[in-house]
Design a protein around this ligand. Sequence first.
Ligand code: CTP
Length: 406
Amino acid sequence: MAEILLGVTGGVAAYKSLDVLRILQRQGHGVSVVMTHTAERFVGSASFAALSGREVGTHLFGDSDQPGYHHLDVNDGKDLMLVAPASANTISQMASGGATSLLTSCYLAFRGPVVVAPAMNTSMWLHPATARNIETLRRDGAHIIEPESGLLADGAVGPGRLAEPAAIVAAVETALGAPGGVRDMEGLSVLISAGGTREPIDAVRYVGNRSSGRMGWALAAAARDRGAEVTMVQANVDLPREAGIRYVDAPTAAAMRDACRAEFPACDVLIMCAAVADYRPVAAADGKLDKSRADAITVEMERTTDVLAELSAMRGGQVLVGFAAEHGPEGLDRARAKRVRKAVDIVVHNDAAVPGAAFEGPENVITIIGPGDDEASLPRMTKRECAEHILDAARSLVGAGPVGTS
Ligand code: CTP
């Protein structure tokens, strides 16, 4: 079992670190704690000392009249450093290499995997300065556990709330399993489409679908965390944007086609996750249709271009992944046929009839069809976990040349 250095910074969420500590211990890990001075104003060091059964480091040697610690002594024998909660200020110091506190000195001198769980109010989290700092930490190899959205201490609702202790511990276990982090997509450019297109009927109405964009968002975060440059072509997704991902807006099938065609030549992997409309109104009415004009109306629809099939026909060495949200038992066969018809390497099938899978939920139940004759039906899991499996399959094909459906 591992030795973990838990860094606690100032914030209302500091008390949750006691839970993190307890769960880590239950998993059999040893935990030593360092705290910033601000953190001590939220939770006393005595609580961490009592739970960990170890002295808690709060002062850097020489930074006050108190005895203080030498950061190299603190780091000695530690397998992983976890900072939870990580305040905006500490994140900024870590990103710029500051070493004014015991915690940041430990970070600067630490040579193992680092996991950072930010917590702060929404405005601070969304500020470009914080986004830059988080991106810097990521590039420096830290694993970032995205904060959750919810009601924050200041009464606001939005992203910034510390991730749940169980999720933090799960990220620690993952990072321990892969020392230094799995950065197996470094140098690769990944193009992902997500969301659902809306095809205008008139100035205010549209034909749309229920895609939330969550699966695409999970894929983008996973690819970024594995070191890829990620471009996200998004259609009407109402989820917070993440640091380290480039976004291109494409609200309609036509805009999706244009954006994907423009981005495709420079990518190594395309993951076409968006629900692109197959039909659109031939012409959107000017202004707002007035119901006093008729009891019934007919909207004439025309086919849109199949973006994935079109890109497949113009591909160089790119790896292509498509999605197939099918309904019912014959869906898997239809998904297999789609892979051949569109000449893509991998098709991810999900059954839209299974409750809680596909669309809005946090989980999914998928079958990964391809590459080649491979087919993996996965149990229900989070969309992030699905994303990791899909990226594993795509990654295995990079550099193998155009494989199509062979
Ligand atoms: N797709 C696309 N362009 C479209 C329609 C779909 O690029 N105009 C992509 C989707 O992003 C997905 C894959 O094709 O990766 C399969 O989409 P789906 O709607 O399931 O398949 P269709 O080809 O539209 O087949 P059908 O509607 O007949 O099931």
